[in-house]
Every structure is written in C-alpha cells, then in structure tokens.
Write a protein that binds this ligand. Structure first.
Ligand code: MIG
Length: 755
C-alpha cells in the first residue's frame, strides 16, 4: 500500500512536470525491465514507438541495486546516452552489420542505406537499423539495451560501455536484465512482439534472379527444378515483370498473363513471390500515381511540395507510410494484384533508395506527416504505468504536423511492410502473409522477414553471412538469410557449392544473383555442384519438421532459429567469439567447411562433446546416393547435442508434399541414457492454429539395459495425428548410427548393439 502510494505520487509529480521534466527511472514489477527518461524528454518526438508492441509497464521506482543506468547528455548538438556495462562483458546485437558476431570495439551507424556489396561508408551502416545491444557477462547472465529512438544515430560498443549518439532530441532508454541470453530474447520479444508464424512454404528452397524474364523463362526454371528433382517451393519475380517498372502492373509484352503463369507454378507446387518497390512512377494516368496524388499521400520536400526522386521507373513519388491513412490506401492496392495468384511479396528499395539522392536516399529535410493526420489520436507514454490515465497524455503541442525525414528515414521500410502486411491480409484473410523486406527497424519483424541485401559473390561475404544472420537473430529478427551464392558479380562452382551446402541451414534459403552475372542455379556449374546442392537442399526438406518446430518456438518466445554457439552454454567463455560454426535450433550444430583452411580446423569445446550425424545421414540418403558422391567436402560437419531428438521427414519435392506421418528420429542419448525433442505440426498455412488446430508433441527416449524406447507424446493442440504414424529410430553413438525398423504407432523400440 505504502509503495503503491509512493509510486503514484512519483508518477503524478512526473506528469505534472512534463515539458520541463527531470531525469527519471522506473522499473517493472518483476524487476526485469527498467525505463530511463532523460531530462526534457519529449514523447511527441519519439512516440508512438515502432519498437514496442507492448510498452514496458514500469511502475516501481528503480531499486538501488539496479546495475545498468544510462547517463544522458547533450553534446555538440547530439543527444547521447552512455551506459557503463562493467568489465569482461561480451557485446552482441546492433542489428544488421558487417564484421564479427562479437561487437566489442565496433561502431554502427543507424541510417538505412542501399549499399551494394556493403561498400557504402565501409559497411558501417546497412539496410536495417536496430538500436539494440545485448550483453553477456562472464557468469552467463545477460542484459539488453534498447534506445527508443528512430532518428539518425550511432551505436558505439566499447569494452566497458555502450554509447548511443543521436541527431535527434533526447530519447529514452529501456534496459532488460535476465538470467541468460535465452531469457533475454524472450523478454525482448515480450516487449517488441513476436514474429508471426510464417507459412510452411516460406521455409522451403527458393529460386530467384534479377530477373527471370519473360514468363517463359520462369516456367523453364520451374520445370528444370522439378526435372532435376531439386526440392523447391518458391520462384521469385524481380522488378522486370512490371510494365515500365510501374508497381502493381505487369509487362504486357513479357508477363501478359500473370494469372496463367501463377497457375502454372501452382500446379507444380510452386509459390510465386513478386517484387513491389515504394517508388511510384510520377505519371498522370497511372492509377497508383493518380490515387496517391488525389489523396495527397506523398512524402513532401522542404517546401511542402510532393517530393520527386529517381528510382527504376525514372521520376517517382514516395508514399508517406508514416501516416495511417497512407498505409491504409497502400494496403488496398494489393487486392487485385494478389488476386492474380501471387503468394508473397518482396518489398525492395525501401531504405528508401533514391538514385542520385543525397547519400543515396531522399533529403533529410523532406517532410512526413500532414495537416490531416490527427495526432491527438496517438498515445504517448511518459511513465508507462498500469494506471493509464496517469501515465499517458494527449499533449501534442510540441508536434508540428510535418516532421523531417531525419526522424522517419529509419522506419520508412518498417512502415511500408506494416502496410503491405495489412494489404496481404486484406486480399487473402485466410492465408499467412509472407513479405520479404530489404529495409526494416527494431520491431519490424512483426511485419516481414528480411534478407541481407546485395552481398558479393565472394568467400569473404559467404563467411560474413554467418555472423550477419546470427546478429539479426539476436536483434529480434529471426527470419533472415543472405542471397545464397552472392548477389553482386558472378559466383563460381566452388563458392556456390559451399554456400548452398551451409546456406540450407539458415532460416531463409534463397539463391539470388544480379542482372548480367553468370547463371547461378544449382545446375549452372555442372553435375558435381548440382549433386552437392541437391543433397544440401534435400537435407533442408528432411529437416523441415525440426525447422518448422523452431519457427513455431521463435513465434512464441523469440528464440532465434539460427543461434550462436554460446547459446548452448552461455558460461563457456571459449564460445563467445565463434561465428563460423553455428546452431540451427538448440540441437544441431553446423560447422561449415573452409576449402582454403590449412591444417586441422579449430575445434570448439562443444564440438568435441557432440557426435556427428553423418553416418545416419548416409543411410537416410542412400537411395539418392548423394553423400560420398562428388564434392562431399563442401558439406558442413553436422553435430547433434547429447540428450536431443531431431525429427526428420521423408524426402519431399516441395512443402506441399511434405508429410509427417513417417518420421526418422535422430537420437543422441545423454550420459543418463535420456533424450528429448519437440515436434510441432499444423496445416502449414492459414490461422486455424490460433484456435488450437495444431499438434505439439514431445519426443522422449530412454534406455533400459540395451533396450531403447522412443515415444511421441501429444502435449498440446487439438489437431489429430496423421491417420497412421510410422517411426524409426536412428540412434547415434560416437560416429555410428544404428537404425530400428519402421514401426507403426507412437512408440518405437530397438535393441542397441554392444558398443
Ligand atoms: O537497384 O530489383 O537488393 O535483390 O534483385 C537494385 C533489382 C534493385 C536490389 C535488391 C536485389 C534486386 C534488385 N534491387
């Protein structure tokens, strides 16, 4: 009672003091999250925050023993927050970055940019921004720091402090304390929201290039994938399907009948994803431009006139996605477009990229907002209390209706995909939307997946794609991956083989390359490479029950699908810098082969404890005869965690054909002869899973004498099991696998050989 009184007193003091507010700090009742407000904090310059789906409900005065506290200051016209983090801390996160996984000693600019081969400003800023740093202490406890700030800024990760420097007004900082990295990700996504479960097909292999054209070439690619029995799910339509690069149109010459084309693809179990850019060709009589002009939906220049910048179509207008009414309009555009049978959308160039614009984008003094935008409907959190009336204000006197691009640049892409997502749902309310976005911001994982933009076909950038994808996962964006084979310039046989061989274990798996480069499909470099790619992709498809279960988990508690090794043992300091080997989920370690490595590779402590599953795969893959065939050296080493069970399906050529009625269970027992695993099943698309139409099962193995029993126990959800379920065990001990017979039912047993 006493405490509550004091809190509300504190809160009302702070609310009264708004405008000339002093520095303040509150924390949540569970003492895990603290929000820090700098002196003079003006919520109208930062809120509503795109980051938080649920604002931290900070209701208590900060406890005296709370460790991390920002120091706020104004320095040389910048707003600065410095957080001393203590010694011996390893820093991670900071979003999409070049460089290593461990971020100590690294600086990142938060200013989304179109950066071919990551060449702009030495790769110090890329397509997405995440004002988020994660810290891991020597004892394995973790913390996270969010700067709730969209303005152009920078993060400096020093060894003992983290510094956020912004070109905008003073911003608040939210700090999370937790027992370990896993709990930290759960806490982060409790605040930022969860990635929605993607459709199963989006986890399959995807074939792309800039551009497959005309439509006959698209058909040919689809036919070839099926003819060569390369499991695959998606063909991508890059920018050239359009009429003169006008979004929401089709080239009358090269793609005259998109519905027929999509139909053709669907009949072969392919999905079709098409690109939509933000730039709208400024052309009277073009319906998108006419509607946008009539509605006054464009970003304005400093004089308040519609801004015009050059992109692919030539002079373009840019929808002001920051405004709710513009997002609403944008969403409506998808209806007819999707009705041609389009399954997913690719939003590119949304940094936004402007050819010849200052810094490759629009001027920072361009203007967002409008006189018509009713800012009074927005909610601002000063002190976010459970008592809403005390903590929120509708005071908007500080907000000019038009606000500079400097504030909204970094969330232009986020707001675009937010609108696109609404559009896909409007067009197909029964389907899970799939959107791939090049640009985004912390929190934007709620709307779209991402890929790492225009990388280079080089060994360096192949290796770089590992820490990039890991870091995005640790920054709350679990669904991402690189262009496999590399985008800029041409791949070669070895590079494509190695990149595909490891790339199939990334969350997002798409082969893509630039216009004018050498062909890069799995068959482009002859039979050897084809063999490697096919085997790798087959592994992906066999592992989909396991991978889909990981996506389900990510959608519930924010655990990245692809994880750094330190997640397996946060106290093992030797794993903290490892960013070549990585984990797919908690149970599978991928150690990519380095064809240029001299001598024996570095073996991590973990690697010595986890047995390889190679021999099990050999038996499983025997019919296709691929392992041990040509270029086997391209395949990564795959190791499985002791105490785990990985469910694998029978090979399918697409997710439409994937079945979970016959599962091979890879079992590695722990020292006590036990192992567990998880299996998530649902319809693969649609939303019935939200009403319980899914099936979560727990896999359990135990050894009694030499008798191994593995059972599949229904744990949650009311989707019926397959009419008949067949299980077989592959028990891995040391380097060997022993298989049981296929057995019908939810239990399989076998007698293990003597070791
Ligand atoms: O200015 O649409 O990152 O994947 O193929 C380049 C053409 C525009 C950039 C994307 C790339 C895509 C390309 N786009």
């Amino acid at each position: 009672m006493m405490i509550i009184k004091r809190v509300s007193l504190l809160v009302s003091c702070l609310v009264v003091a708004l405008g000339a507010m002093g520095q303040a700090a509150l924390m949540t009742a569970d003492r895990k999250v603290a929000a820090f407000y700098p002196e003079g904090y003006d919520a109208t310059q930062h809120q509503p925050s795109p980051i938080f789906e649920h604002e931290p409900t900070a209701v208590m005065p900060l406890s005296a023993d709370w460790q991390l506290r920002p120091r706020f200051e104004q320095r040389d016209g910048h707003s600065v927050a410095t957080i001393a983090v203590g010694t011996g801390v390893d820093l991670y996160g900071t979003g999409e970055v070049t460089g290593p996984l461990r971020r100590n000693g690294r600086s990142v600019q938060l200013w989304n940019v179109d950066t071919p081969a990551y060449g702009v400003d030495g790769g110090s800023h890329l397509y997405l921004s995440h004002p988020w740093v994660m810290g891991l202490r020597p004892d394995g406890t973790a913390f996270g720091i969010i700067a709730d700030n969209t303005w152009r800024s920078a993060i400096d990760c020093r060894d003992d402090e983290v510094v956020f420097t912004s070109d905008g007004p003073a911003f608040r900082v939210v700090i999370i304390e937790s027992d370990g990295p896993q709990q930290l990700m759960a806490e982060l996504t409790r605040l930022t929201g969860h990635m929605e479960l993607p459709p199963l097909w989006a986890l399959g292999y995807q074939q792309c290039r800039f551009s497959y054209q005309p439509d006959a070439r698209v058909r040919e690619i689809a036919d070839t994938l099926r003819m060569l029995r390369i499991p695959s799910d998606v063909i991508w339509m890059d920018i050239d399907y359009m009429d003169s690069y006008k979004i929401f149109t089709f080239s009358p010459k090269e793609f005259p009948q998109p519905a027929q084309l999509n139909d053709y693809l669907h009949r072969q179990n392919f999905k079709a994803v098409y690109m939509i850019d933000p730039g709208v060709k400024a052309e009277q009589g073009y319906f998108v431009d006419d509607q946008g002009t009539a509605g006054d939906y464009w970003v304005k220049d400093r004089d308040g006139q519609p801004y015009v910048g050059n992109v692919w179509p030539g002079p373009c207008h840019f929808p002001d996605f920051i405004r709710p009414e513009v997002r609403h309009w944008w969403a409506t555009l998808y209806k007819d477009f999707m009705a041609t049978g389009i399954d997913g959308v690719w939003n590119d160039m949304n940094e936004p990229s402007v050819f010849g614009g200052p810094g490759g984008t629009m001027p920072v003094d361009n203007l967002h907002g409008s006189e018509k935008w009713d800012v009074r409907s927005e909610k601002y959190n000063y002190m976010n209390t459970s008592d809403n009336s005390a903590g929120k204000t509708n005071n908007t006197s500080h907000l000019s209706p038009l606000t500079s691009h400097l504030r909204f640049h970094n969330v232009y892409g986020l707001n675009m995909v937010r609108a696109s997502r609404d559009g896909l749902l409007l067009a197909n309310p029964q389907k899970r939307p799939f959107i791939l976005s090049r640009s985004n911001f912390l929190g934007g994982h709620r709307y779209a997946a991402t890929w790492t933009g225009d990388n280079l076909s080089s060994w360096d950038q192949m290796w770089l794609s590992i820490p990039m994808t890991l870091t995005l996962g640790l920054s709350g964006q679990p669904f991402n991956g690189p262009d496999i084979g590399g985008f800029c310039e041409s791949a070669n046989a070895d590079l494509l083989a190695h990149w595909t061989a490891m790339g199939v274990f990334f969350p997002f798996v798409r082969n893509h390359t630039i216009k004018g480069s050498a062909n890069q499909e799995p068959w482009a470099f002859g039979d050897e490479v084809l063999q490697v790619c096919r085997t790798a992709i087959e592994r992906r498809y066999r592992l989909l029950p396991y991978i889909y279960t990981l996506f389900r988990k990510a959608s519930l508690d924010g655990m990245p699908v692809m994880r750094p090794l330190f997640m397996a043992d946060p106290k093992d300091l030797s794993l903290r810098r490892e960013d070549r080997a990585f984990l797919l989920g908690g149970d599978l370690m991928v150690v990519p082969k380095d064809p240029k490595a001299q001598g024996a590779p570095d073996i991590s402590t973990l690697q010595k404890k986890w047995p390889p599953i190679t021999s099990a795969l050999k038996t499983i893959e025997a019919p296709s005869g691929a392992v041990g065939g040509a270029s086997p050296s391209a395949h990564p080493l795959l190791l499985q965690r002791p105490g785990s069970i990985i469910p694998m399906a029978q090979l399918a050529q697409s997710t439409a054909e994937l079945r979970t009625d016959s599962l091979t269970l890879l079992v590695v027992l722990d020292a006590d002869g036990q192992a567990t695993g998880q299996l998530y099943e649902d319809e693969g698309d649609g939303f019935s899973y939200r009403a319980g139409n899914y099936r979560q099962s727990r896999l359990e193995a135990s050894l009694a004498g030499r008798q191994l029993t593995v059972s599949l126990r229904h744990a949650d959800g009311h989707m019926p099991a397959p009419a008949q379920r067949w299980l077989r065990i592959a028990c891995i001990r040391g380097g060997r696998a022993q298989f049981s017979a296929w057995q019908q039912g939810d239990v399989a047993t076998m007698k293990l050989h003597k070791k």
